[in-house]
Design a binder for this molecule. Structure first.
Ligand code: NDP
Length: 608
């Protein structure tokens, strides 16, 4: 190694070997062979966990509809963006089909106290310029985001044909009619030319497979179905009915980080059961600056969105329009860290040197975040337990100003479980080690299904040309072109994380996908022919993903502590969040899509 580079690494001031060993040990303690199978599917005796607490019971007659232009399954931001773009492409009859009682998706379901989007609201809330809305805060709360989803649905006139509290059960391609037959759990039969599946990447609540989970006799619910009738209060907190209650919460991910401060304020006793700590950086929320608001010029949101994606993926650091904890953190742990090292040394780094520069920068940022805990949490033992020992993107980093100080309250106890989690539940509470924590209420902040199959996450199995089921076509994992179309499934489009390049700002990816899908649909409408992709193009796309999966990136994920990002430790899981995705980063992926669309004959696209 060149001496200038050795000096540079020394300048980071990290004990790299010590941290690597610690990270490895902490990961090993958490790895378990059942990976994603450790969770319990929320159906059968657990289905009450996903009952809708917000909607009035609905009784309606089934719908027979032979002439729908498009059915969009899911009315979260993905479905709304797709439906909006299809409307702009000239489609008239667009039906949203949605399990919830309204649009909003994740923002319909997640109404827990403190619910907030931790991404800059001016890049996260879609279509701000088109709808003429500007969020009130840099980080908007759930209610405001939900209202914005409703605003988008109204803007595009999507309510009249929407079917709420309705789940798709079957999807069958009818060759003779060149339409999909969409059937639902309310007996609807809708024939649609095009179908977009926008069911959401994190939409199926999951429960940890803890022995005895069914035996707990106290009150219990999942964070995505918050029971205000039991807790009192609302999304702003003030959970007054908990004042005499002992409340436990399992999980310390992004949701729990937002919930715990409110439990701490309201409940008599709070027990936070932690398996792996989250990284928690500063939030610094603030109201929208009116002077800035009037200075905005047309096109500002796209510019800001693209700039954010560029900065957090290490493409540039010269201009940082969002300039927050996300962008600062990402500058430390992406290619930007290596680029900055190159600037300091005045030379280009080799590939290995770049990797080391990024790793050391990540370790240094981790040390700073761990040190920060000591300044905020008074009890040294609790502070120690709150420290995360993994590379910063092994889990989704979190940002909150109230979470860490909540542990200074006398009514809040952090219970550290062994690496594999809570030992068991009893009728009375939670057992960790040799102690039973007796509880009146146990809240599951245990996240959502990821890396299970398409059928598990959507509840239906599309049947394409010649009666081929998608589950058979994808038996060894998804096969798509660009993650959005599958060969033999004409006029069917997928939105989400599979086989494309997801973005930290999720709605950026959804907006690009929506535009792409609308473009392909418009071609099919113009030619009056269904459209699909060739098996060859699908294979070529898969090969590109697989080449990447065999690469250094996967090695990095192998070294990570388990999380939903790496298939809970099973990095080979073909349905995994980050498995089999486009390697070049989101902006290159979006440009690739754009080039594909502008070609006279987009490669792999075929009309039937
Ligand atoms: P997560 O999957 O992130 O967290 C689940 C938690 O449950 C983890 O802490 C996990 O521990 C814990 N857990 C699972 N099984 C056990 C067990 N047997 N014993 C003890 N603990 C257990 O779910 P969240 O709902 O917190 O977040 C999901 C995602 O939703 C986020 O990553 C984010 O993408 C999104 N979100 C975004 C927000 C935003 O502001 N934009 C806010 C909230 C959520 P372990 O870590 O060890 O697996």
């Amino acid at each position: 190694m060149n001496s200038d580079f050795v000096d540079l690494l020394n300048g980071y001031g990290v004990d790299a070997d010590g941290l690597r060993t610690r990270y490895d040990n902490e990961r090993d303690a958490r790895e378990r062979p059942d990976a994603v199978r450790q969770f319990v599917k929320v159906d059968a005796e657990f289905s009450h966990y996903v009952d809708d607490p917000y909607a009035e019971p609905l009784d309606r007659m089934p719908i027979e509809d032979q002439d729908t232009d498009a059915v969009v399954i899911g009315a979260g931001f993905g479905g709304l963006l797709a439906a909006g773009r299809l409307r702009q492409a000239g489609l008239q009859r667009i039906r949203l089909v949605e399990r919830g009682g309204d649009v909003g998706g994740t923002w319909y379901w997640n109404r827990y106290p403190g619910v907030q989007c931790d991404i800059d609201s001016y890049v996260y809330l879609p279509l701000l310029e088109e709808t003429g809305y500007l969020p009130t805060l840099k980080y908007a709360y759930g209610q405001e985001i939900f209202t914005h989803a409703r605003r988008i649905a109204q803007h595009f006139g999507l309510y009249p044909d929407a079917l709420f509290q309705t789940g798709v059960t079957d999807l069958q391609w009818q060759d003779d009619k060149a339409r999909w037959l969409v059937e639902t759990d309310r007996g609807d039969r809708i024939e649609a030319r095009h179908v977009v599946v926008a069911n959401g990447a994190l939409s199926r609540a999951k429960l940890p497979g803890i022995p005895g989970i069914e035996s707990f006799q106290g009150h219990t619910f999942h964070t995505s179905r918050w029971d205000y009738a039991y807790t009192g209060g609302d999304q702003n907190g003030n959970l007054d009915r908990l004042s005499d209650k002992r409340v436990g919460i399992i999980g310390t991910g992004a949701t729990s980080i937002q919930v715990v401060p409110h439990l701490a304020e309201s409940a008599r006793e709070v027990y936070v059961f932690q398996r792996t700590p989250s990284v928690v950086g500063p939030r610094n929320n603030r109201p929208t600056d009116p002077v800035w608001a009037v200075s905005l010029q047309p096109g500002w949101q796209r510019e800001r969105m693209e700039n954010f994606t560029d900065v957090v993926y290490g493409v540039r650091d010269d201009v940082d329009l969002v300039s927050d904890s996300w962008t600062e953190l990402n500058k430390a742990i992406t290619g930007t860290a290596a680029t900055r090292a190159e600037r300091r040394l005045g030379r280009t780094l080799s590939a290995d040197e770049r990797k080391l520069a990024i790793e050391f920068s990540d370790l240094r940022a981790g040390n700073a975040l761990r040190d920060r805990i000591e300044t905020l949490v008074e009890d040294p033992a609790t502070a120690e337990r709150l420290k995360a020992w993994y590379y910063l993107y092994c889990k989704r980093p979190c940002f909150h100003d109230g979470y860490l100080p909540a542990f200074n309250r006398p009514n809040v106890t952090l219970v550290q479980t062994a690496g594999t989690g809570v030992d068991r539940l009893t009728e009375r509470g939670v057992v960790v080690g040799d102690r039973e924590y007796q509880l009146d209420c146990l809240i599951f902040a245990s996240g959502f299904e990821v890396a299970t199959s398409f059928v598990s996450q959507t509840g239906f199995d599309p049947v394409g040309i010649d009666g081929v089921r998608l589950s058979d076509h994808w038996v060894k994992g998804p096969r798509t072109l660009h993650g959005m179309q599958a060969s033999g499934f004409p006029n069917l489009f997928f939105m989400g994380i599979v086989q494309n390049s997801s973005t930290l700002n999720f709605t950026h990816m959804l907006a690009e996908q929506a535009g792409h899908i609308a473009d392909v649909v418009a071609r099919s409408v113009r030619r009056r022919q269904p459209v699909t992709v060739t098996a060859e193009s699908e294979q070529a796309w898969l090969d590109e993903m697989l080449a990447f999966a065999g690469d250094a990136e996967v090695q990095r994920w192998l070294r990570c502590t388990p999380s939903y990002l790496n298939g809970d430790g099973d990095v080979e899981n073909a349905f995994g969040f980050l498995a089999r995705r486009y390697a070049g980063g989101p902006q290159r992926f979006f440009r690739l899509l754009e080039q594909w669309r502008t070609a006279e004959h987009p490669e792999g696209l075929v009309y039937l």
